[in-house]
Design a protein around this ligand. Structure first.
Ligand code: SF4
Length: 186
């Protein structure tokens, strides 16, 4: 008998689409959009629908930490990986100070898990952060020019738009939460 599990797409798109996964015999057999999710309302892109299923059970999926060595990538245990990272961070901060570490993350939903890396670096004693953004630096600049600082609308405010321009994107495939069928706009 199949079991339905509500979950969230692990890709870092703004919508962070809600998913419903069907489980049969402990294996995910189907993924559809969650109709109760406030943003995607049941719509998901092809990555959510098909690619996750292909990747979950792919023999090429990376399931352990890998260490780069002179003879290629070698699997290491999680404990070993954490020890290597901790040793290196300790050496770097002792020799060059905390500002020698650049912590960069970007875009996406900015969900609660996303702030964990910031908490980690705060607990470590701080680090450098980039100003602006690699992927939407021009958008940031335009918003600062127009409004004084970057200001974001709530998703529902899209319904008040007379015109929406998607740069290099097709909403049904890449941004289902913007889809006209969802908003009732054409
Ligand atoms: S648009 Fe696709 S990849 Fe992005 S969160 Fe939604 S289902 Fe996932």
């Amino acid at each position: 008998m199949s079991k339905l599990i509500k979950t969230i797409c692990p890709m870092d798109c703004y919508a962070h689409c809600g998913l419903v996964a069907s489980l049969e015999g402990g294996k995910v057999t189907k993924i559809v959009g969650d109709p109760d999710h406030p943003l995607n309302k049941g719509l998901i892109c092809v990555k959510g629908r098909k690619k996750h299923l292909q990747r979950i059970y792919s023999p090429e999926r990376v399931t352990t930490p890998l260490r780069k060595t002179s003879s290629g990538w070698q699997p290491v245990s999680w404990t070993e990986a954490y020890e290597i990272i901790a040793d290196n961070l300790t050496k770097i901060t002792k020799s060059y100070g905390h500002t020698s570490i650049l912590h960069h993350d970007n875009g996406g939903s900015e969900g609660i898990l996303k702030t964990l890396s910031q908490r980690f670096f705060n607990a470590l004693g701080g680090c450098s952060r980039p100003a602006g953004s690699i992927c939407w630096g021009s958008g940031n600049k335009a918003q600062a020019y127009d409004f004084g600082r970057p200001q974001l609308h709530s998703w529902d405010d899209l319904l008040n738009s007379k015109l929406i321009i998607l740069w290099v994107g097709t909403c049904l495939y890449q941004y289902p939460a913007y889809a006209p069928s969802k908003t009732g706009q054409s």
